[in-house]
Design a protein around this ligand. Structure first.
Ligand SMILES: Nc1ncnc2c1ncn2[C@@H]1O[C@H](COP(=O)(O)OP(=O)(O)OP(=O)(O)O)[C@@H](O)[C@H]1O
Ligand SMILES: Cc1cn([C@H]2C[C@H](O)[C@@H](COP(=O)(O)O)O2)c(=O)[nH]c1=O
Length: 681
């Protein structure tokens, strides 16, 4: 079935509050990269004349000072992002960074560089999670991916800009000093640091005047900072999706750390100089930009969860190839692919966390991720070079042929292997299309289609499913939408599960009979799937074949949520049975009416049926799974807050459905009209 166009034209920068925050982020990112370049250069300059080891240690000390605060303060800072006013946190952090950075060229000692770096990094640990947790407050959910793409673009895209700026400052400084000897004290690192400080000041102004960030003051009822931190750690480890994301992103970071650690000696071994090193460095950023912008578009039909694991696995394989192939041109090309995979994995990871994690916990999750990512990077960078040195250089000769394998190759090989394992784990952990072969899914996605495992015929109709917990308002809303569509002249079939066929009615009676005690979870899952199979065969497919719009109250997601999460059946089994039962038919759009069970259950009148009488925790698990399913495939879902008024909910659904509606006048009718002679008086 062809999938009608479904994307709302998105220009997230048209959103003024986000544009302002994004501008602040861009300016800060540029300043941060300038800071790294200027401080490492200054550390080198201050130890000029000392031996090579002292110089290396001086530069290395700056990197360690940059990463150390994450180890000590990361999770604590995240709790602040959730507990306090995010705007004030960012504003105060910007002012503090401005003052500390400006003091570095004024004091000008190596010791102060280290102290100042530690201070700035401590402050960054508060600024970054506050910013990350704010983005989802400023943009609608369906624009979050676009917003994260832009954020990552400036975070990494500003690196080459900063490098160019720094190089230009150095050249300009040299020229000025040779022309005007009285300016011999002018140091480009000081100018770069002054620009860096100015960037933080500009950001402070932009954030201060950004009034749309929701306030979060430390209400008396909120738990202590320590308790929030502990909860954050527990939360990260306890959620299957988030755990998969964190494993994947940390694995990618570890592999990246291996590259960063040995890149220089690796390029030297290939016979390249500083220019070659620069090209390899640049290739990573070019690849990341390509991955973020084109990779996701090219594979827009592939499940985000699958794409995440796949990108990390491919990155690992590419890294293995880089370790084994000794040709600089090929390595540069492979590095672009490596960067593209990293870009895809990061943007999906960030987006899924933004969508999946509740607002109150998001700051801690981002902070946890950032701090652990830094620690991982620190550990890997610290271990990479000694390991490479320990391994040394080896040659394998076979007649005329000679193959060199040194420590840098070994580190890259290990990094690649690690990424492959981690990517594979993430794929297994987070897969939301169990039973659908990855290769078929991938080939279909490259063609811009969604793979239908069986009977994937091209049907002209449109399939909209409504999902949600008990009393969330599905029946009310599906009725409203059906009426609205019929008013526009569409052929609409409004239906529901279970119980829309003769057999289905009997199954419904058994499934919902509160007196039916002891029905096993597997039997229950199979009966829902049997009802669905009959429903698809007798009602849904025929309607879609004739071009109707099917509005269905509950579908496969209900089984994944109730029988999978609620009854704790293996989700892959429930998915497989349902994929078989429906021939892989999926809705074009699923509207999730997200209502807390504590509210939904109180809306129901009459005696509770077999499922409604399950305890509240059961319904909470069901709700969580519905949300996770929607978060994993944002472009195929609309999530509406079920506590809004029915009218508000209807309007939100109409807006979204409007985007994917086919032309109400069939093409054949238009063609026929076009051939009719015009009637004139
Ligand atoms: N947004 C809303 N706010 C308040 N009440 C609502 C809202 N939407 C529906 N209701 C009311 O809640 C009750 C349940 O609504 P509805 O039957 O549409 O939910 P449902 O999701 O189909 O429930 P279930 O599937 O559990 O039978 C009805 O009395 C309805 O009028
Ligand atoms: C399709 C489907 C439904 N359920 C549960 C969910 C509800 O408790 C009932 C259906 O009642 P409704 O008032 O018509 O919504 O059945 C389920 O557990 N699994 C499913 O696949």
């Amino acid at each position: 079935m062809t999938v009608p166009g479904r994307r709302r034209p998105t220009n997230v920068l048209a959103n003024a509050p986000f544009r302002r925050l994004w501008t602040a982020m861009s300016v800060c990112s540029l300043g941060d990269w300038l800071n790294i370049l200027a401080l490492t250069a200054l550390a080198g300059n201050l130890t000029r004349g000392d031996d090579y080891r002292v110089q290396s240690l001086a530069v290395g000390g700056v990197f360690i000072a940059k990463m150390l605060p994450a180890v000590l303060l990361g999770p604590l800072a995240g709790a602040f992002a959730d507990r306090f006013d995010r705007r004030l946190t960012m504003f105060a952090s910007d002012l503090a960074r401005f003052a500390v950075v400006l003091s570095i060229p004024i004091i000008g000692s190596y010791q102060w560089i280290i102290v100042a770096t530690l201070l700035v990094e401590c402050v960054n640990l508060f600024w970054v999670p506050a910013k990350d947790a704010t983005v989802p407050n400023l943009v609608p959910k369906d624009q979050l991916e676009a917003a994260n793409r832009l954020n990552l673009l400036v975070t990494y895209g500003s690196a080459p800009v900063a490098a160019l700026l720094f190089a230009a400052l150095s050249v300009a400084g040299d020229t000025l000093r040779s022309l005007v000897p009285s300016l011999s004290g002018l140091d480009p690192t000081s100018v770069a640091l002054a620009l860096n400080a100015l960037a933080y000041l500009v950001s402070a102004f932009l954030i201060f005047t950004l009034r749309d960030i929701p306030k979060r003051d430390g209400a008396i009822s909120t738990p202590s900072v320590l308790k929030q931190v502990v909860e954050g750690w527990r939360f990260v480890g306890g959620d299957r999706l988030v755990r998969g994301l964190i494993i994947g992103m940390l694995g990618a970071f570890a592999a990246g750390g291996a590259v960063v650690g040995v890149a220089k000696i690796y390029v030297i071994a290939l016979g390249g100089g500083d220019a070659a090193y620069g090209v390899v460095f640049g290739a990573v950023f070019v690849g990341m930009a390509l991955g973020m912008f084109f990779g996701l578009r090219l594979l827009s039909e592939l499940s985000r969860r699958r794409l995440f694991g796949l990108a990390i696995t491919v990155a690992g394989l590419v890294l293995v190839a880089i370790a084994l192939i000794h040709n600089l041109a090929i390595v540069v090309m492979l590095t672009v692919v490596l960067g593209a995979c990293a870009g895809i994995a990061w943007i999906i990871g960030y987006t899924l966390i933004g969508l999946e994690v509740q607002d109150a916990m998001r700051g801690r999750t981002f902070s946890f991720l950032q701090s652990t990512a830094r620690v991982t990077l620190l550990l890997v960078v610290a271990v990479a070079n000694p390991l490479a040195a320990l391994f040394g250089e080896h040659r394998f000769d076979a007649g005329e042929l000679s193959y060199r394998f040194d420590g840098s190759n070994l580190v890259l090989l290990l990094g690649g292997a690690l990424a492959v394992v981690v990517g594979f784990l993430a794929l297994r952990h987070m897969d939301d299309r169990k039973g659908v072969p990855l290769s078929d899914d991938l080939i279909a996605a490259v063609r811009g289609e969604r793979f239908r495992p069986e009977g994937g015929e091209d049907m002209p109709g449109l399939f909209i499913a409504f999902e949600g917990g008990e009393g969330s308002g599905k029946t009310t809303q599906s009725r409203m939408i059906a009426i609205w569509l019929r008013d526009q002249g569409y052929d609409v079939v409004q239906t529901r599960e279970p119980g829309s066929t003769k057999v289905g009615m009997r199954l419904r009676a058994i499934l919902l009979d509160a007196a039916e005690r002891g029905l096993s979870p597997r039997a229950e899952a199979l009966m829902y799937a049997a009802d669905r199979s009959e429903h698809v065969e007798k009602v849904i497919r025929p309607a879609l074949r004739r071009g109707a719009i099917v509005v269905c109250d509950r579908y496969v997601d209900s089984s994944l949520a109730y029988q999978g999460a609620g009854r704790a059946l293996a989700p892959e089994d429930v998915a497989k049975v349902n994929s078989w039962a429906t021939g892989g038919l999926l809705p074009h759009l699923t509207v999730l009416i997200d209502t807390p069970p504590s509210i939904g259950l109180t809306r129901l009148g009459g005696a509770a049926d077999r499922i409604e009488s399950e305890p509240l925790e059961f319904h909470e698990r069901v709700r969580k799974e519905f949300r996770a399913l929607a978060a994993a495939n944002p472009e195929r879902y609309l999530v509406v807050d079920g506590t809004l008024t029915p009218e508000q909910i209807t309007r939100a659904i109409q807006d979204r459905v409007h985007e994917i509606l086919p032309d109400p006048v069939p093409q054949e009718a238009e063609d026929a009209t076009g051939t009719m002679p015009a009637i004139r008086d």
